[in-house]
Design a binder for this molecule. Structure first.
Ligand code: ACO
Length: 451
């Protein structure tokens, strides 16, 4: 019996009573190593004929996991037990990758071996270059990412079998190693510059910046502080428990789909403005605000129920306190702007003032809306020279290790089943088939052609 089973045995079951039928059932209560207890409703349908209803999964634990712990009320984020602030200040990204994937920080020997393994996989199959050429030059780099990452499964047949432990590991390494190359090439394609091949003598993050910003005509030079800031950005995005994109990866993987296809699904989910697309939206919003004196108007718009505008980079499903990643990101924004001698960046000024005003406003206080990881990250990325369309790509590069670690954990979990939610059906009940002449004449297409 493991520790968890032991814990579970100590918990009294939860009794559900149906006032209408007088039926009562006992629901086992599961206990994690930290965090809220969980009602184990796996037998609920079998015993009562009922489902639970939880749109957006606000009260649903979809799996057991040992990778990441979040306490949204206290503003805590830990990977494998290590606090994110400590990892961001003391570790480098590849070390965090190893930690997420294998559960422990690596010894010096294992770290070097891991760096070697990852370096071995940094190049892309040369044929993939032609895939890029099929895209329009103005394609959004996230569109390219979804396509190219999905296409990896057409190139690396020897690591698509999820049931083979060795193939699984190779797929994890390939994804971590190739994602910066894929992202950098998406950028190069959009600006019309030649693709730059990876250099394995550089660190993971320096190599990514080299592939992105170097040109064949000039020597590439970059400050170690900029490399550090980018590396920290990747660490802060490495994993975040069962968010929308990670849950998408798990759901896709639960059917036995290959890992490359699953990560492509995760990238698609990340793209939305309510998730990873928010960092791009924050910069657009700060530019639209334009001046500190316009802030109150935008705050009022965010509070207006009839206006769809929201303060981008504010609020989070889990954090009802300051996002711990946003704290580090804010410090990093100051460091980067100092490094590039741009202490007076107007967007940073607007962001700081916007945060100050929002955090004193009863609307944001009552709803517990605080800056999230995306609020300051765009300022850093813009200062580093990335166009806004690349912001979510950078998020995806950092998050790939989290997605693939969660995918691997799911595949190796003996409880793993295909994900198959049910529904509360509100549609038409059974009715007689209508022949064409008897059908409603009002066309549903009229609104489409209305000028
Ligand atoms: N600005 C103004 N009001 C907000 C904001 C915001 N940024 N976020 C939430 N609210 C309000 C909602 O209008 C709602 O009000 P109501 O209860 O009066 O209807 C209430 O706060 C709760 O909001 P929900 O949308 O129900 O909260 P949910 O947990 O579903 O959404 C989300 C969280 C999507 C992050 C939301 O806060 C949001 O849209 N924020 C802006 C986008 C953003 O920054 N996304 C990045 C998230 S972090 C990440 O993915 C890495």
């Amino acid at each position: 019996m493991n520790d968890k089973e032991d814990n579970n045995a100590e918990k009294k079951p939860f009794t559900l009573f149906n006032n209408e039928t007088g039926q009562s059932i006992e629901i086992p209560v599961l206990q994690g190593s930290e965090g809220p207890d969980v009602l184990d409703i796996r037998k609920l349908h079998e015993e009562t004929g009922m489902f639970t209803y939880d749109p957006g999964f606000t009260s649903t634990a979809s799996c057991e996991s040992e990778i990441t712990y979040i306490d949204g009320l206290k503003g805590i984020l830990r990977h494998r037990g290590y606090d994110i602030q400590e990892l961001a200040s003391k570790s480098e990204f590849l070390e965090v990758c190893y930690l997420l994937l294998h559960g422990e920080l690596p010894s010096i020997e294992d770290k070097n071996k891991f760096i070697d393994v990852i370096s071995n996989h940094t190049m892309l199959h040369e044929q993939l270059v032609y895939l890029y050429r099929g895209f329009r030059r103005d394609a959004h780099p996230m569109a390219i990412m979804v396509g190219v990452v999905g296409a990896l499964s057409a190139f690396y047949h020897d690591s698509t079998d999820f049931s083979d432990i060795k193939q699984r590991m190779v797929a994890c390494h390939r994804l971590i190693a190739k994602i910066p190359t894929i992202g950098a090439m998406a950028y190069k394609y959009s600006v019309g510059q030649p693709f730059v091949y990876p250099r394995n003598d550089l660190s993971y993050t320096e190599n990514f910046l080299y592939m992105t910003f170097s040109v064949p005509t000039e020597e590439f030079k970059i400050s170690p502080n900029i490399v550090k800031a980018m590396d920290r950005f990747f660490i802060l995005h490495a994993d975040h428990e069962q968010n929308a994109s990670t849950s998408t990866v798990r759901l896709a993987g639960s059917s036995g789909a290959n890992p490359f296809a699953c990560i492509a699904a995760g990238i698609a989910s990340l793209w939305g403005p309510a998730h990873g697309g928010a960092n791009e939206a924050v910069i657009k919003m700060l530019e639209e605000i334009g001046d500190i004196e316009n802030i109150p108007m935008f705050i009022n718009r965010a509070k207006d129920k009839n206006d769809p505008f929201r303060l981008m980079g504010f609020g989070h499903r889990v954090y009802k306190n300051y996002d711990p990643r946003a704290k580090v990101m804010k410090e990093s924004a100051h460091d980067v702007l100092k490094e590039i001698n741009n202490n007076n960046d107007p967007l940073l000024k607007i962001a700081i003032e916007l945060e100050k005003i929002a955090l004193q406003d009863p609307y944001f206080i009552d709803k517990k809306l605080y800056p999230n990881v995306d609020f300051y990250s765009g300022i850093i990325l813009k200062a580093l020279g990335f166009p806004t369309s690349m912001f979510t790509v950078l998020f995806a590069i950092g998050r790939t290790v989290g997605w693939i670690s969660q995918w691997k954990e799911m595949i190796e979990d003996p409880i793993n089943k295909i994900g198959r939610p049910r529904q509360l059906y509100k549609g038409k009940v059974s009715r007689n088939y209508q022949l064409e002449d008897n059908r409603d004449k009002k066309s549903i297409f009229n609104w489409l052609w209305k000028k």
